[in-house]
Write a protein that binds this ligand. Structure first.
Ligand code: ADP
Ligand code: MG
Length: 741
């Protein structure tokens, strides 16, 4: 009992915490009693403390193996900040220079250091030497031999899932940990991870050589997270923009698989006035840490990232995590979604699923070694099963991590909020179970499905399984049901997947019982995802749903406004803009700016009356505005436009700009006109003054002031052929910029 009080006191003393979180205390006691220990605790559960605290109390020095070099320094600084002893914590990894290593060595040998973080690749080195027969052999040696001269209190293996190829972050160097322990001297081992399926768990114990380790497993359930899987359709960008706009000011992370997509999507969000930034390993470290910082300080709301982002990021109030592409494994997915709602508040997790993505990922794997491909495929298949299933998402996830969720409906995932009708599948289950038994529980799901369907594949024929009585027993059944039957039989505990040879379907005792005495078995059918692929960014919204009455009213308003301002109507808004307004019903200035041809300037200058009219019209006519606001896409040429605007700001002659950009002069004018028509004000007086007479400019300007249209051909004709087309266009740009924008 004395130890109890002691531990809590020590906790308070070093960490300033009043009590332990979850199982921390029992875990620490188990380790301090000299036992190997296995900790499964979700991210943020407080795993570090399970080795940090005992290392400070116990005799000797603890070695912590962690793959996250970037986080080592941070953790070491924290520990050193808590203790009066200088050098109580240190780290060894490839980032240290000679002098720094000497510092570590001195502190370690003096006995000051209680906690040493070591990168797995810094544990051992390989050396060649001659054996007694004179043959050259490679042997593994400790990289830093001074470690042989200290007493090791225990070894902590953090992020222990890195040991297994079945985890989501396999590191081959983790395989050597046990060897290093044997060389340095055996002491208790504590392995810690936030994600581990049964398979990974068994790999960890086997590879570390701790089969008897006591397991401490916290529940992985995150009741505050909402899970949803959506069909990845052409309008995915629109859906995402809409989602973010419906959650203004909230922090979120969007994961994409490629850097290119990260960049593109971040751009789309930015042009839609969302404070977003890209994050991937290809960006320099200064930019990355700035982005992290901006996210933490809420200068930006949304980070679009590859999986490089998030490890070690501790923002408690991330409100949504979106997977733009299907994740490569459910472990990765769970880890990434786990970054939402750490404070226990709202956490919306949406993943977009498409069969095409799945095929693409499988294709990527083709260059890899066969064994790795096989693992990769099976992990992907688990993700696909999760996406396609209509079973409670929480139940599926927890089942995947070896935990049983007691309820059928969690009330906080898409499948539970919109449950599908159950259908009776007892007969199908019986066929499947009998098939599994017939092939001696030695085959995977795909094989079993071929078998019950009666498909004599090469594989089946080579095993002579086509000769069995059970072969083809399900020929006449609905093909679409086999996958859901098997998956749901796994969840219900009639079948299980073998841990040693992952994926082989085995019968459980409940499964055997069912064969003897079949009962009812109800399942839900899978979702059917249409595959129309993500949208290539296209141009403008259609105007097929034009509201003719409103359009007419808007035109009248425009005429009145034009008259008041002494301007031609088209200067206020062009017809296309009015058409879109009469389709989209924008009712505030922000929405108005999403209308084609309406920029910030125009909406501020002329917008108010228009949105008021639209709002009133909507109210009086009970109009339901379309949910779908037009989402701005990144025009391919937007970079060019920006460069042109910058060049004009610097008063570079237009012909020089055209040349620099490899454009014909007319093409440059096209670009500038597009800029002006979208509502951006630009000033090209410096150029006009240079190339045209003042009275010519005035003459053309006056014409546009009087004219009913800005049409170029009309202008050329009306102006009687006195001016060139280029001159007229230049002045029209000046005119629109000054009067319309
Ligand atoms: P994990 O490695 O499991 O993801 P960490 O070890 O990084 O989690 O701990 C997550 C957070 O919980 C840290 O901010 C840590 O300071 C805090 N924490 C850990 N143990 C306690 C405790 N007993 N009381 C209060 N806070 C704790
Ligand atoms: Mg940790």
């Amino acid at each position: 009992m004395a130890q109890d009080i002691n531990l809590t006191q020590q906790l308070k003393h070093y960490f300033g915490f009043d009590k332990f979180k979850g199982d921390q205390e029992t875990i620490i006691k188990n380790l301090m009693a000299g036992n190997d220990t296995f900790v499964l605790m979700p991210t943020g559960g407080g795993k570090s403390l399970c080795y940090q605290l005992p290392s400070l109390i116990m005799d000797g020095m603890a070695i912590v193996i962690s793959p996250l070099i970037a986080l080592m320094k941070n953790q070491v600084d924290v520990i050193n900040g808590m203790s009066e002893v200088p050098g109580v914590a240190h780290y060894l990894n490839s980032s240290l220079n000679k002098a720094e290593i000497e510092r570590v060595k001195a502190d370690v040998l003096s006995g000051h250091t209680k906690l040493l973080y070591v990168a797995p690749e810094s544990l051992l080195k390989e050396e060649e030497e001659k054996d007694e027969n004179g043959n050259t052999v490679t042997v593994k040696r400790v990289k830093f031999s001074f470690l042989l001269d200290v007493k090791i209190s225990f070894y902590a293996v953090d992020e222990a899932h890195c040991i297994s190829e079945w985890g989501h972050d396999f590191r081959p160097e983790y395989r050597n940990i046990r060897k290093a322990v044997d060389i340095l001297g055996r002491a208790p081992i504590i392995a810690l991870t936030a994600t581990a399926t049964d398979k990974v768990r068994s790999d960890i114990k086997k590879t570390l050589g701790i089969p008897e380790a006591k397991e401490f497993k916290s529940s992985f359930n995150r009741p505050n997270l909402y899970y949803e899987v959506r069909n990845k359709t052409k309008d995915i960008d629109t859906q995402i923009v809409k989602f973010i706009k419906q959650h203004p000011g909230k922090s979120g992370i969007i994961y994409c698989l490629s850097r290119k997509k990260v960049e593109e999507l971040a751009e789309v969000l930015k042009v839609n006035d969302i404070k977003a930034a890209p994050y991937h390993a290809g960006l320099d470290s200064a930019t990355r840490s700035q982005t992290q910082d901006d996210f933490l300080m809420e200068r930006i709301d949304v980070i679009v990232a590859t999986i490089a982002f998030g490890m070690g990021i501790d923002k408690p109030d991330v409100r949504f995590v979106i997977h733009y592409d299907i994740p490569k494994s459910l472990e990765g997915y769970y880890q990434e979604t786990g970054r939402a709602g750490r404070d226990g508040g709202e956490g919306i997790c949406i993943a977009f699923y498409s069969y095409n993505d799945l095929k693409k990922l499988e294709k990527f794997m083709e260059g890899k070694p066969v064994a790795e491909q096989d693992i990769g495929r099976q992990l992907l298949a688990e993700t696909a099963a999760y996406a396609e299933s209509s079973v409670c998402r929480r139940k599926m996830l927890l089942h995947y991590f070896g935990e049983e969720y007691p309820k059928d409906n969690c009330g906080n995932c898409d499948n539970c909020l919109h449950p599908k009708k159950k259908i009776e599948a007892g007969k199908l289950l019986l066929i499947v179970l009998k098939a599994v038994a017939a092939v001696k529980e030695n085959f995977r799901q795909d094989y079993i499905i071929d078998f019950v369907k009666g498909r004599a594949t090469d594989n089946i024929v080579s095993h002579h399984h086509d000769e069995l009585e059970e072969f083809g027993a399900g020929e006449d059944e609905n093909d679409k049901l086999w996958n859901p039957v098997i998956r749901q039989a796994l969840i219900a505990g009639y079948l299980k997947k073998d841990v040693e040879n992952y994926g082989l379907l085995k019968l459980t005792s409940a499964g055997r019982q069912f064969i003897k005495k079949p009962t009812s078995f109800q399942i839900v059918e899978d979702h059917e995802y249409k595959d129309d692929g993500p949208r290539e960014t296209t141009g403008d919204g259609a105007t097929d749903a034009l509201d003719g009455v409103l359009f007419k009213m808007l035109k009248d308003l425009r005429r009145d406004e034009a008259r008041k301002a002494g301007l031609p109507p088209y200067v206020i808004f062009q017809d296309v803009s009015l058409e879109q307004m009469a389709t989209m019903y924008p009712v505030n200035l922000q929405e108005l700016q999403q209308i084609q041809g309406v920029g910030a300037g125009k909406s501020k200058r002329y917008g108010k009356k228009f949105i008021e009219l639209i709002k009133k019209y909507c109210q009086e006519n009970d109009i339901e505005r379309p949910e779908e606001l037009r989402v701005r896409t990144v025009a391919k040429k937007s970079m060019l436009k920006v460069q042109i605007i910058q060049a004009i700001d610097r008063q570079i002659p237009l012909d020089d700009i055209a040349e620099a950009k490899g454009l014909e002069f007319e093409e440059l004018l096209d670009e500038i006109e597009a800029i002006v028509y979208s509502g951006t004000k630009i000033n090209i007086d410096y150029f006009i003054d240079d190339v045209m007479d003042d009275d010519h400019v005035d003459d053309i300007y006056d014409y546009f002031m009087e004219s009913e249209t800005d049409d170029l051909d009309t202008a050329v004709e009306e102006l009687g052929g006195d001016y060139t087309e280029d001159e007229i266009r230049l002045v029209r740009i000046k005119f629109l910029s000054e009067q319309a924008n």
